[in-house]
Design a protein around this ligand. Sequence first.
Ligand code: GAL
Length: 371
Amino acid sequence: MKNVYNTFGGTADAPWYDTDGKRIQAHGGQVQKFTVNGKDKWYWIGEDKTYGYRPCGGIHLYSSDDLYNWKDEGIILRTMESTDEFEEPYFKELYGSLTKEEKETIFIDLDRNRCVIERPKMLYNEKTGKYVIWFHADGRFPGCKGDYDKAKAGVAVCDRPNGVFRMLGSYKLNYHNDPNGEYGFDGWENRGSVRDMNLFLDKDRTAYIIYSSEGNRTTFVSRLNEEYTNLAVDRDQAVEGVDFTRNFIGCFREAHAMFCYQNKYYMINSGCTSWSPNPARYAVADHPMGPWRDMGDPCMEKGRETTYDSQSTCVILVDEEKGGCIYMGDRWKEEDLAVSGYIWLPIVFLPDGKMILEKREDWSYGQESSK
Ligand code: GAL
């Protein structure tokens, strides 16, 4: 089905098709503007769930001039059926110089029948000229049976947003240095675990990773290195409060979406109820690393107990000057994840750092406060 759109479906949740008439597959995603070869475009990165939960479809990219109509830019991080595929041109070009052991390690993150690739996000690094993807790298691996025991952050790089991304690796991140602390189901053994995650690029070009850790009890914000390819400081040397912070301790938050609006930092997140929606909360800070002030539920209308049947994934800052912001949420359909919907809503800002996610159907940008 081919459609030309001039509205966002919002809570109406009609299927959203790309410019070829195929359902958009970019769940747990992020939208941002990049200038590529002198041309400004919006890019939407997300999880490809064409085959449902698994086989894992990898990471999909779309591009748009207007945020309504999206062109398929293809799968930018492909998954693999077996290690034999390292001999095929696509993977040989990327990983041909690696040892057998190194290839086997990459395969764990890309094994389409066992891996979990969730909430991919991209950054452009002005210094290196590279695009960097971070994602929640999970799934089964030798000796483990659960889908979320690995709990790492995967990193991949490329010279273009719509090119072929090369995996650098997957990592455990920062941890609270106290073997006797309370770390929920992860315990001290699984310290530095990463599950739902997001990225944030500040105006000074410092980048941060935001992630649920300690058995999802706590939200970490960690500074990335200058290349955006790893932590700023090795996790065994990092200082809590300087190189990373622990936020919302014991509050079980996930689906983090951080953005900056008029010099205030905002974070929207959800509770931890798997694919079922729950009430969102938001918090405000003067710095990406906090401290965060809890502001409560950003939804005001009927349906607020499920964030209008959605879970946050990103906020699009449409216009730096005018400050228009769009909330991007996923409406997961657990019985068939491939048809999970995208709930995009306007954000309205009120005095004192308050904001509201407006419940809207078939709305267009620029009319978000007309209610
Ligand atoms: C949600 C999470 C999703 C996915 C899902 C699996 O809580 O936000 O990204 O991990 O659980 O159950």
